[in-house]
Design a protein around this ligand. Structure first.
Ligand code: SF4
Ligand code: SF4
Length: 142
């Protein structure tokens, strides 16, 4: 959950790029690289959950995943709405679009801005290339 003191992307750039270059859902690892809950994010609770980086189970990442949108039958394998479910459903077929990272409330805005500023154009070009290749296969199959 982005707070006032978010992670400095320069300090984690190397590991962040390794995570984002991997063809597996990056959101869980980006969440762990983020700063987590701040004390002012919540109602008064008995326990102190400052720094909590766990998945909230909100399902935003599943809803924003283009692979699951293209192949909705994958969603039938589990009703869970967690990053673990996303990882199980996508596995190594990830498009590397980073949508899941951008919509996760537990990932710092600094990481999101880094992705938007440095990786989106490259990612869109890769997806366009993939879509063209898939289209060629469809035409070939006809
Ligand atoms: S949203 Fe994009 S980056 Fe995340 S798992 Fe789906 S295809 Fe991969
Ligand atoms: S978007 Fe929601 S469900 Fe996905 S990893 Fe973040 S907190 Fe968990």
């Amino acid at each position: 959950m982005p707070g006032l003191n978010q992670v400095d992307v320069k300090r984690i750039e190397r590991i962040l790029n390794i995570v984002l270059d991997d063809a597996r859902p990056p959101v869980g690892r980006c969440r762990l690289l983020s700063s987590g809950f701040a004390p002012y994010h919540t109602f008064q609770l008995q326990e102190n959950i400052a720094g909590f980086k766990g998945c909230l189970g909100c399902g935003n990442c599943l809803d924003a995943c283009p692979l699951l949108a293209r192949e909705p039958r994958r969603r039938e394998r589990t009703p869970q709405r967690t990053s673990l479910a996303l990882e199980a459903l996508v596995a190594e077929d990830c498009d590397r679009c980073d949508n899941c990272v951008l919509v996760c409330p537990q990932v710092d805005t600094t990481i999101k801005h880094y992705i938007v500023n440095t990786r989106m154009v490259e990612g869109m070009a890769r997806l366009l290339h993939k879509a063209e290749r898939d289209e060629e296969w469809i035409i070939y199959d006809l």
